[in-house]
Design a protein around this ligand. Sequence first.
Ligand code: SF4
Length: 209
Amino acid sequence: MDYPGKVALTLFTSSCNFDCAYCHNSELKKRVKEELGESEVFDYLDKRGKLLDAVVITGGEPTLRASELLPFMRRLKSRFPETLLKIDTNGWNADILQEFLKIVDYVAIDLKSLHYEIFSPVNLREIEDSIEIAKGFANHEIRITMFPPYLPEDDFEELSKICGGASLVSVQQYKPVAGLCETPPYPSSVLKRFADLISDHAQKVIIRE
Ligand code: SF4
C-alpha cells in the first residue's frame, strides 16, 4: 500500500506542523530521538535489498527534516540506484517539495480539507500550489482521508475540482482513534459518491477502506 504495486521499506520521521484530529501517528507529531541511523538503514538494504523495490519516507511530515533527509536520500540513491524512493507529504511547502521531487520516484500528497486553518499553519492556496507541482511530476498520488468534520459533503464538488488532471487520487476511509477522535466515519456510499465526482476530473480514483 505504501508504494503502489511495490514491496517497500517504510521509514517514519518525527515532527509535524499540522494537528489533524484523527492522526494515527500522533507520537510522531513532536520531534523524538531517532531509533535508526543511516548506517542501520543501509545495512538493512545491503542484506534485504533484493527483496525490496522501494523505500518510502513518511511521518510526521518528512519535508520538515529536509536538511537531513535530502542528503540522506541522495546517498541512498547513489548506493542503491535500483531502489525506488517515495515521499509522503502534507503539502505545506511547495518550494521544499520541489527539492524532494529532484530525487524521488513517487510523491503522495494529502488533500485534507478546504479549511486548513482548523488544523494547520498554512492555507488552502499554499496546499493547492503544492498539489499543482505534484501533478506535474510523473508518478504522483493525491490522498484524501475522509474525516467528516474536515470534508463536509457541501465541499465535495470544489475538492473534486482541485484533483483535476491528477493521475491517481485515493479516497481513504478515516479510522476513528479510541479515546481521541471518535467521530463516526462516512458510510461507504458517501466515499463512492465522492470518488465518482472526482473521477470526472482525475484520470484514476481508488477507494481504500
Ligand atoms: S499531517 Fe499527517 S502526521 Fe501530521 S498531524 Fe496530520 S495526519 Fe498526523
